[in-house]
Design a protein around this ligand. Structure first.
Ligand code: TNX
Length: 535
């Protein structure tokens, strides 16, 4: 009799299990419960957990996976003081990094299988393995005196290839250590493009050996104090940061803003200034002088040597703010007459197309803000950043011209804008509304008022943190966290699978990690908990 009951129970269990697995709700429940940010596309919970012990080894049968294994070693040590060595062959209690050609998904796709006796990460390439490692790192928890990762089986891939963050270090300079910390957190959230706004009105932040005054004189001042001591990155610093980013599969794209936003450069080399306007003096480079093009092309060639991304962002934004003096500049006037240019936009166009050409000649892609949508740029060597959320027609033009685009509309992706009604400091961006974590999280390109033709044309999304009103590292943290986590999930997880409440729960577990890393942040679950830093 007992045996019959036992058998009956077993069958009942099995039936329940099958029913559970079949219902979409259960499938979703398993997904929501996976505590990884950004939320993996497919996640199934297993039984038990993998425990890290003295014998745990990372197995790299293919030596090419070693850089990724090394990153995992570093993270386990940094976070938990775990020392996990590598081993060339399969061993008990191992974490294996394995290339698997079966992965047909996009670059960055991976599988992660955590079982009590072993962990296996599979991917087509190191970028995928790295993403698997990051998910594993997020799943490690302390249990009593030991560390473990709960059993999960993930099959994951990114929605977008471009998952970016832009940091403006012209308005305020934050320095190498802060940048590295941001790169660490970008990696933690699988963000993979760091757009570095290094030049603008208040300061030039990049050492250029052929024009040393750019950093030494142009580097003086910031948005809070025009006499602040020169602050800039030496070429040695740049190499160090580029290498640090590369270990985290983050590509760095430098921005040298032109022909506008060039005020700091013009302080250093006034002979190339194209003047400005009453409100923005010396705002532009001079497009009417031949020497300007040689100067800029030398700067770009040195920049190219420093950054292996083979991409330079040349800005191209807001030129009309300060190009009034082009009307009275003899060089510009001569150029206009010679080439039969009707207006200043034609001059701007000539400048941008000519600089774009010189970048193409050194095999660099040309990246620029959406003002360049009307110019003649080539789809295979250009990426345009759509930022003016109130000008969808600019985006439509880019789509119609088949130019690859990165979406970074001011709403919701400008992280200098306030995130919550409790916030009072900073510019009066309120007229645009708030960029709440929820708004960032819910972003989807399908909601934009344009017609996309080819999904591939949208490379991805990016958050931009402009720093006119962000002077301290605390305020920078406050503006970045936790919105950085939200943009990461919007860039990785398809909208249909996102769930803001679930996200908040997973996010709350990261707040202690922020604190442990000395980060300040906006506590959206309890805004009064962490007040707004004034500057
Ligand atoms: C517009 S976005 C700018 C920046 C400012 C930012 C402030 C863009 C291409 N230009 O120069 O810092 O607004 O939100």
């Amino acid at each position: 009799m007992q045996a019959v009951i036992f058998k009956y129970m077993q069958i009942k269990k099995l039936v329940f299990l099958i029913l559970f697995l079949l219902t979409p709700g259960a499938y979703l429940a398993a997904q929501q419960a996976c505590p990884v940010v950004p939320l993996p596309v497919q996640a199934v919970k297993g039984k038990g957990a993998f425990r890290f012990g003295e014998d745990t080894r990372i197995v790299c049968r293919d030596g090419r996976t070693m850089p990724v294994a090394h990153y995992l070693q570093q993270e386990l040590f940094r976070r938990h003081r775990l020392t996990v060595a590598m081993k060339p062959a399969q061993a008990a209690q191992s974490i294996s990094l394995v290339y698997d050609g079966k992965w047909k998904g996009p670059v960055g796709a991976y599988g992660l299988e955590i079982r009590a006796d072993r962990v296996t990460i599979t991917a087509r390439d190191n970028e995928g393995l790295f993403n698997g490692v990051v998910s594993l790192v997020q799943l490690v928890r302390q249990e009593g005196l030991s560390f473990e990762a709960a059993s999960w089986s993930l099959k994951d891939q990114p929605l977008y290839q471009w998952r970016g963050l832009m940091l403006d270090e012209s308005r305020h300079f934050f320095g190498k250590e802060k940048v590295k910390q941001i790169l660490d957190w970008m990696a933690f959230y699988k963000l993979n493009r760091f757009h570095w706004h290094l030049t603008d009105q208040p300061g030039w932040r990049l050492e250029i050996k052929q024009y040393p005054r750019l950093a030494m004189v142009g580097g003086i001042g910031n948005s809070s104090n025009e006499n602040a001591a020169a602050a800039y990155y030496t070429q040695e610093d740049i190499r160090e940061i580029v290498a640090y980013a590369a270990e985290r599969f983050i590509v760095i794209i430098p921005e040298i803003d032109m022909p506008g936003h060039a005020t700091a450069a013009n302080r250093a080399y006034p002979e190339f200034s194209g003047g400005g306007s009453a409100k923005f003096p010396h705002f532009t480079f001079n497009p009417g002088k031949e020497d300007t093009y040689q100067y800029i092309s030398r700067i770009l060639k040195e920049t190219d040597v420093l950054f292996p991304s083979q991409m330079v962002h040349i800005g191209g934004d807001e030129v009309h703010f300060g190009n009034e003096q082009w009307r009275s500049d003899t060089g510009v006037q001569r150029l206009m007459k010679q080439a039969g240019m009707k207006d200043l936009v034609a001059v701007e166009r000539y400048f941008v197309e000519r600089v774009a050409d010189s970048l193409l000649r050194i095999q660099n892609k040309v990246l620029a803000w959406d003002e360049v949508a009307d110019f003649a740029l080539k789809p295979d060597s250009t990426i345009v950043f759509w930022w003016r959320h109130n000008k969808p027609e600019q985006l439509q033009k880019l789509i119609d011209k088949s130019l690859p685009v990165v979406l970074c509309p001011r709403l919701p992706f400008y992280f200098d804008y306030m995130q919550d009604s409790t916030q009072v400091h900073g510019p009066n961006w309120r007229k645009f509304g708030l960029n709440s974590t929820a708004a960032v999280y819910r972003f989807t390109r399908e909601a934009l008022p344009v017609k996309f033709r080819d999904a591939e044309q949208v490379l991805g999304i990016q958050a931009n943190v402009w720093t006119e009103w962000i002077a301290s590292p605390q305020r920078l943290d406050y503006m970045l966290f936790p919105r950085l986590a939200a943009v990461s999930e919007a860039a990785w997880t398809p909208a249909a699978q996102r769930n803001y409440d679930g996200f908040k729960t997973r996010l709350a577990a990261h707040f202690p990690l922020y604190r442990a890393d000395g980060l300040y942040y906006f506590d959206l679950l309890n805004p009064a908990q962490t007040g707004e830093p004034k500057e």
